[in-house]
Design a binder for this molecule. Structure first.
Ligand code: AOS
Ligand code: ZN
Ligand code: ZN
Length: 387
């Protein structure tokens, strides 16, 4: 094994991908949610499924929760349950978009009563973090307007700023606030946190523990996401990723499915920025509408690993030499050589060295977990979006 291969393997072994609890539940579109037999009915069962993903990949040790979709009476008990299964509870995702009260927004709503309600929910999430031991609070706001003139765009920024300040100041020691942006949907004219610049400006004002989250599906077509990643890393403000794939809008398909080359370019900037390992959270934010959920999540983790392996294989020395010499095609070729490397044998070897099956999807299918859960998880209500 070359030194390069050993270094690549060591970096890959240290990489962890956080899976989202909501990906284990039923989901769909506004047209139809397709129910699948065996889907979890409770947060506890979601953790049982997440444990399977970790068991076969060895790379998914934490699970993000969504409040209130994963509401339980005792979060410390949920954390203990996760630990018994070799997992930890990860990022707490807040929800300020589901209630009727939020028709005109949440923390940016024109009515102070609604803003108070939204901030109280975020503060409740801060308390939950203490019970679960979660490091990060992830904020995504559906706030915005549909029509020019509907509300005062600048004043909405002031309201947002006040809300973020109150929540930031309540974060416990070592906790972080991750602010996610999205350019449109559900609001269609203005969105209150539409882009990385707006998120970054708020984070800068708040303090170092406020960080930007890049959801790969939240950009206009053609946006150079890896440039945003490079910039945020340079400024020390990249808190994490919500990984998924998009063809059109916020499609939430499996990461690396639509554009594996883009994922590679992003991971190259992560490696280049010295962020592997780092505090950057590598999270999935996906919904599996027509496919089996656990194998899709395993596949997604593998897609992140493959992109990372290729990014790590870039011959940085040769690249720098070509870049400094102004060798445009030579530099491009160095990058493409790494991208075009088949890293699957390397990853299979790595898994075997860690006592895992080289083919996690096949191992999962052989395990009989899908059949067992379809038989056992009857009655009650299946979890899904909003459940
Ligand atoms: C919404 O579009 C965002 O991607 C959110 O990160 C997320 O999907 C939702 O809030 C679930 O927590
Ligand atoms: Zn997201
Ligand atoms: Zn999204």
């Amino acid at each position: 094994m070359t030194d390069m291969q050993a270094a690549v393997k060591a970096a890959l072994k240290a990489q962890a991908v956080e899976t989202p609890s909501w990906a284990y539940g039923n989901s769909g579109t506004r047209f139809k949610v397709f129910a699948r037999p065996g889907v979890p009915r409770t947060p506890w069962e979601k953790l049982d499924d997440a444990a399977k993903v970790h068991e076969y990949t060895g790379a998914a040790p934490t699970v993000a929760l969504h409040i209130p979709w994963d509401r339980v009476d005792d979060y410390a008990a949920l954390a203990a349950y996760a630990e018994e299964r070799g997992l930890r509870l990860g990022t707490i995702n807040s929800n300020t978009f589901q209630d009727d009260d939020y028709r005109l927004g949440s923390v940016c709503h024109p009515d102070a009563r609604v803003r108070r309600k939204a901030v109280d929910h975020l503060l409740a999430c801060v308390d939950i973090m203490e019970a679960t031991g979660s490091r990060d609070l992830k904020l995504w706001f559906a706030d915005g307007t549909n029509y020019p003139g509907q509300d005062d765009v600048r004043e909405r920024q002031d309201r947002l700023s006040d809300a973020l300040r109150e929540v930031y100041d309540r974060l416990g020691d070592g906790r972080r606030m991750l602010l996610e942006y999205k350019f449109f949907e559900p609001a269609f004219y203005t969105t209150d946190v539409p882009d990385w610049g707006t998120a970054y400006a708020h984070c800068l004002k708040l303090g170092p523990r406020a960080q930007v989250v890049v959801d790969t599906g939240h950009h206009a077509p053609g946006t150079n996401i890896e440039f945003i990643v490079a910039t945020l890393l340079r400024e020390g403000r990249l808190g994490g990723f919500d990984f998924n794939s998009r063809f059109y809008a916020d499609d939430d398909l499996m990461v690396g499915a639509a554009d594996p080359f883009q994922l590679f370019r992003i991971m190259y900037e992560v490696v280049r920025g010295g962020a592997l390992p780092s505090d950057v959270a590598f999270m999935l934010d996906q919904c599996h509408n027509i496919e089996a959920k656990i194998p899709a999540i395993i596949r997604s983790v593998m897609n992140v690993q493959e992109a990372t392996a290729k990014a790590l294989l870039v011959d940085r020395e040769a690249l720098t030499t070509a870049q400094r010499a102004g060798d445009v095609l030579g530099a491009n070729a160095v990058l493409m050589d790494a991208y075009n490397t088949d890293v699957r044998p390397l990853l299979a070897e790595l898994r075997e060295e860690s006592g895992l099956d080289p083919d996690p999807v096949a191992a999962y299918h052989r395990s009989g977990w899908a059949r067992k859960t379809a038989e056992e998880r009857v009655g009650g209500e299946q979890a899904g979006w909003g459940a």
